[in-house]
Design a protein around this ligand. Sequence first.
Ligand SMILES: Nc1ncnc2c1ncn2[C@@H]1O[C@H](COP(=O)(O)OP(=O)(O)O)[C@@H](O)[C@H]1O
Ligand SMILES: [Mg+2]
Length: 248
Amino acid sequence: MPVILEARDLVKDYPLGEGSVTALRGVSLSVARGEFVAIMGASGSGKSTMLQLLGGLDRPTSGSVIIDGIEVSALDDEQATLTRRQKTGFVFQFFNLIPLLSVAENVGLPFLIAGDALAEHRERVDELLTLVGLSDKAQHKPDQLSAGEQQRVALARALATAPAILLADEPTGNLDYTTGSEILDLLWDSCDRLGQTIVLVTHDARAAAYADRVLVVRDGQLRDDIVLGRRSDHDPAALIRRLASLGL
Ligand SMILES: Nc1ncnc2c1ncn2[C@@H]1O[C@H](COP(=O)(O)OP(=O)(O)O)[C@@H](O)[C@H]1O
Ligand SMILES: [Mg+2]
């Protein structure tokens, strides 16, 4: 499969007081179109930093990121923002929905941001709401939904423009076990059935066991690249035990 996302030798320093903290120390990776990759590691290992660089939300101190053939790390801010909006969708631990907008408006937000009228995209929004099982709650406000439902809205929004890559940072981190499973099942379904490329950051072996491949990050470096294969073809329980035995 062709490569859709590539990182070359990413280094990221954050300024701190007089000095700086090095969060990434030379990370290189590639993700194939349609692949589901998990990035797994302990708290503070550099996962969120990696995801932000991979999705063009922040810039590396050195190194490059290539999304769908475009070197985002070389673009100016305006172009990088445009590319990010066109090529990526993000899901975060805290759903980041807009409280004053309805569920349908939140899902259609990427179209509003692009300057379109929501009416032009009604069919797409309906399709997304069906995908995440929230057709009957289109006119609700986020605070009228459960946490799991709010995350489903965030996922529908992230998928709205059919992005080349979906990036998710601990999307189940604020959900109970069953609700978390529903989100992971939806992610998996969008990958397996719709061919969505996914990069999922997690510290949870159960979540990582949904992926085709698990990249293990420790202290700002990739330490392992574990090929699992399609979830439908393997026993997730055995994989969870194996990941757990690595101390993850
Ligand atoms: N904005 C920031 N400013 C300073 N240090 C940061 C910033 N963001 C992250 N760090 C530091 O970089 C390291 C990696 O953080 P992060 O990428 O958030 O890890 P993870 O997502 O795996 O918990 C940590 O030591 C963290 O304290
Ligand atoms: Mg994090």
